[in-house]
Design a protein around this ligand. Structure first.
Ligand SMILES: Nc1nc2c(ncn2[C@@H]2O[C@H](COP(=O)(O)OP(=O)(O)OP(=O)(O)O)[C@@H](O)[C@H]2O)c(=O)[nH]1
Length: 351
C-alpha cells in the first residue's frame, strides 16, 4: 500500500491539492509567531513600549492557536480565510500607523500571491481588489489632507493603482492556469491510459480510505476481482490491438453495470477491481453475476466470445490487515473460479 506522508495535517497528504495550501498556512503562521515574539520582546526590553508589546503578544497567541487548530485536523477552508484576513489586518495596521507612506505600500504586494493561492482565482481576485481599492481610497484621502510624506504624490498614487491592477490580473491568470494544470495532472496520475478507468495507484488509496470509513461505521466492504478468460488466446488470434479493444469494452461494460458508489479500476494486465462500499457478500455476488452476464453478452455483439472469472471478498471486521486480506481472498476466489471452469464467480467473507 502507498505510504502517504502527512506532515502538516492528519488528513491531508502530499497527494491532496490542499497540501501546499496547508504548508503555506504553516509558513505564514510560523513567521507570525517568531516575528510577534521577537518584536514583542524588543518592544519591552529595548524600546520601552509595553503597550505595543501587548498587541504583539496577542498576535503571537492568535497565530499559535490557528497553528494548533490546523495541525489537529481543522477545516482548511476556514484556516485559509483566517490566515488571509490576519495578514490583511497586519498590512492595514501597518499602513495606518505609517499613514500610507511609501514603504508601507510595498508590503501590499505580498497579498496577491497569498490570497489567490489560498482563496482561489475568483475569491482571491475579489478580496485583493477590495483591499487595494480601500488602500487607494485611504491614500487619496491622506494625500488630500497632506498627511503623507513629501515623496508621495498624485503620480505615485496612479502608479500604485496601475501596479495593483496589473498584479490582480497577472495573479488571477497565473492561479487559474496553475489549478487547471494541477487538476489535469492529478487526473492523468490516477487514470489508466488505455481503459480510462482508475489505475492501481488510485485503487490502493481508495481501499485504504474505504476501510477507514467502514471501520468507523462498521458497514461491510466488498471487492470484486475480475480476470478476462483466455485473454492470451485473444491476443494471439486477433492481435494486440484487438486485445486492447476488448479491454476497453470490458472496462466500459463493467462501469455501465455497477452502482454510482462503486469504484472501478484496472488492477493490472487483464484484471479489473471493483470496490463496493456498504455491500454484503450476497449483494456483491449479485453485482458480480450482473457484470459477468453483461461481459458475456458483449461477445454476441462483437462476434468474439469474451468471458470473465470473478473473485468476490467481503470484510465485516476491520483492522490493519483487512486491506491485504480482502485482496488476497478475492484473488484466491478468482483463482478458484478459473479452476472450476472460468466464466463464473466465487464469493466469500474474509473473516
Ligand atoms: N492487448 C493487451 N494485452 C495485454 C495487456 N496487458 C496484459 N496483456 C496480455 O494478457 C495476457 C494474459 O494472459 P495469461 O495471464 O496467460 O492469462 P489468460 O490467457 O487470460 O488465461 P486465464 O487467465 O488463465 O484465463 C498476456 O498475454 C499479456 O500479454 C494489454 O494492455 N493489452
Amino acid at each position: 500500500m502507498m505510504n502517504v506522508r502527512k506532515k502538516f495535517h492528519p488528513h491531508i497528504g502530499v497527494e491532496n491539492p490542499q497540501y501546499h495550501q496547508v504548508s503555506l498556512i504553516y509558513s505564514i503562521l510560523l513567521i507570525m509567531v517568531v516575528y510577534f515574539g521577537l518584536i514583542g520582546t524588543l518592544n519591552i526590553t529595548l524600546f520601552d513600549a509595553p503597550q505595543i508589546a501587548l498587541y504583539d503578544y496577542i498576535g503571537l497567541v492568535l497565530a499559535s492557536i490557528i497553528l494548533i487548530y490546523v495541525s489537529r485536523g481543522g477545516n482548511i477552508h476556514i484556516a485559509c480565510w483566517v490566515v488571509t484576513c490576519a495578514l490583511v489586518f497586519v498590512l492595514m495596521a501597518f499602513m495606518h500607523i505609517a499613514k500610507g507612506n511609501n514603504y508601507s505600500l510595498i508590503w501590499l504586494s505580498i497579498l496577491p500571491p497569498i490570497a489567490f493561492f489560498l482563496l482561489g482565482p475568483r475569491t482571491g481576485f475579489i478580496f485583493t481588489a477590495a483591499v487595494f481599492a480601500y488602500s487607494g481610497w485611504y491614500l487619496y484621502g491622506n494625500l488630500s489632507a497632506g498627511t503623507v510624506s513629501t515623496t508621495m504624490s498624485l503620480g505615485a498614487l496612479f502608479n500604485f493603482i496601475e501596479v495593483a491592477t496589473a498584479q490582480l490580473f497577472i495573479f488571477r491568470f497565473y492561479e487559474r492556469s496553475r489549478r487547471q494544470a494541477y487538476a489535469q495532472m492529478q487526473k492523468i496520475a490516477i487514470t489508466d491510459p488505455l481503459t480510462k478507468v482508475f489505475n492501481r495507484l488510485y485503487l490502493d488509496n481508495a481501499i485504504q480510505s474505504l476501510l477507514a470509513g467502514s471501520a468507523r461505521t462498521l458497514q461491510p466492504v466488498s471487492v470484486l476481482l475480475l480476470d478476462v478468460d483466455y485473454f492470451k488466446r485473444i491476443n494471439d488470434q486477433y492481435g494486440h490491438l484487438k486485445g486492447d479493444d476488448v479491454l476497453v469494452n470490458v472496462a466500459k461494460t463493467i462501469t455501465d453495470n455497477v452502482r454510482a458508489a462503486d469504484i472501478v479500476g484496472r488492477w493490472g494486465g487483464e484484471e479489473f477491481l471493483i470496490l463496493c462500499p456498504n455491500t454484503t457478500t450476497d449483494e456483491a455476488a449479485q453485482l458480480a453475476e450482473r457484470v459477468r452476464q453483461a461481459v458475456g453478452a458483449m461477445g454476441v455483439e462483437n462476434e468474439l466470445a469474451v468471458t470473465v472469472s470473478i473473485g468476490v471478498a467481503t470484510a465485516q471486521q476491520f483492522n490493519d490487515e483487512t486491506g491485504d486480506r480482502l485482496l488476497s481472498v478475492a484473488d484466491n476466489n478468482m483463482y478458484l473460479a478459473k479452476q472450476a471452469g472460468r466464466n463464473q464467480l466465487v464469493a466469500s467473507l474474509t473473516n
